[in-house]
Design a protein around this ligand. Structure first.
Ligand code: DAH
Length: 357
């Protein structure tokens, strides 16, 4: 082995190693080279380590002086090593500070500003129009029982009106075996849920998502929003319905709006109506108008006086209480208000569309 075959150390050989090691270290420019240097002088088999091992072959007196010199040399080289590492690190830092300097005069990257989805905006606008008239806002489940979506709304099994709603059924076994579960086809089931849990007077609007098994086109989506409304109390008449919805139309579409009611059929109201506003684009003129398709009128919602069967279903005294209900599609209202020609724009997540609102 090298260690055992080494010459016995002398003061001269130790000094020579120290001098050449220091000179070599000063020339090194990076940390990897410095580490190699450390291994070759101070490592387990390094030159100086070998010298220290050879001390045992010396006479006692000599061993003491040469040993002291060897230890001193080791300390010196260790100190130099530390110092060199520090210098190299500093030089690296200075270099990168000079070369990779941050250009603080570069223009910043614009922070993208988010905004509310147009449906959210219009739903809030609709709700606040009713809140201003004393209505509260509640929400309900999107996965609903047949019981609330149909039965409680006077649409029993086998009723032809079920055909008006193309329904997405949910694969779920009711433990009682009685009910089927579905994605609600409208927000009307919340009429029954709200009435079951409260006593009149009631005034609420219910915004929320609805689903239908539907082929999509420019005016149909398989999921969409509705805003339902419900008012129940003593002495509520069709005049209250008209007054409330007239006020709503003027708040949403302008002070000068006119409204029109025509008979329509919904199983849970009697009488049932559809409500139109006069066309705000052509001022009801109707000639060559895209928005109202030449008719001068635009249908915006269904409404009616709550059917006595619905009131009975939740245990209300129909001699004492009456009420009205209405339901509208906010996307359709937004389409009219902003001239959007295809309902599919709302949920296709195209920023070019969304950024316009
Ligand atoms: N739920 C009906 C639909 O989805 C809309 C509707 C019509 C709601 C008349 C009502 C109403 O509350 O009175 O077509």
């Amino acid at each position: 082995m090298t260690e055992s075959s080494a010459q016995p150390p002398t003061a001269e050989s130790i000094e020579a190693i120290t001098i050449s090691a220091s000179a070599e270290l000063d020339r090194l420019e990076n940390l990897e080279a410095v580490d190699q240097w450390r291994v070759s002088y101070l490592g387990r088999r390094g030159m100086l380590t070998t010298v220290l091992r050879g001390l045992s072959s010396l006479e006692v007196e000599e061993r003491r002086t040469v040993g002291a010199l060897a230890n001193q040399a080791k300390n010196t080289l260790e100190e130099r090593l530390e110092e060199r590492v520090r210098q190299i690190n500093e030089a690296t830092l200075t270099r990168s500070a000079n070369q990779d300097r941050l250009d603080v005069t570069l223009p910043g990257r614009p922070a993208l500003e988010g905004r509310l989805h147009p449906t959210t905006q219009i739903v809030r606008e609709i709700c606040s129009a009713f809140v201003a008239m004393g209505f509260g806002v509640v929400e309900g489940p999107e996965v609903e029982w047949d019981h609330y979506n149909f039965e409680m709304l006077n649409i029993p099994k086998g009723h032809p009106a079920r055909d008006m709603w193309n329904t997405l059924w949910v694969d779920y076994e009711d433990p009682t075996g009685e009910q089927a579960m579905l994605l609600r086809t409208h927000t009307s089931p919340m009429q029954a849920r709200v009435m079951e849990n409260r006593e009149p007077p009631i005034r609420v609007v219910v915004p929320g998502k609805c689903y239908r098994y539907e082929a999509t086109d420019a005016t149909h989506e398989w999921h969409f929003y509705q805003v339902e409304g419900l008012a129940v109390g003593e002495g509520i008449t069709f005049a209250d319905l008209k007054g409330t919805l007239y006020e709503f139309a003027r708040r949403m579409f302008g002070e000068e709006r006119q409204i029109r009611f025509r008979c329509d059929y919904f199983p849970f109201v009697e009488p049932g109506v559809d409500m139109s506003i006069d066309c705000f684009a052509c001022e009801g003129d109707g000639n060559g108008c895209r928005i109202c398709r030449d008719s001068g009128w635009i249908e915006i919602m269904g409404a009616g006086m709550i059917h006595p069967k619905v009131l009975e279903g939740v245990g209300y005294d129909t001699e004492r209480y009456t009420g009205f209900a209405f339901g509208m599609g906010p996307e359709r209202i937004a389409m009219l208000k902003y001239g959007i020609d295809d309902i599919r724009h709302f949920y296709s997540n195209d920023l070019r569309f969304l950024r316009q609102f």
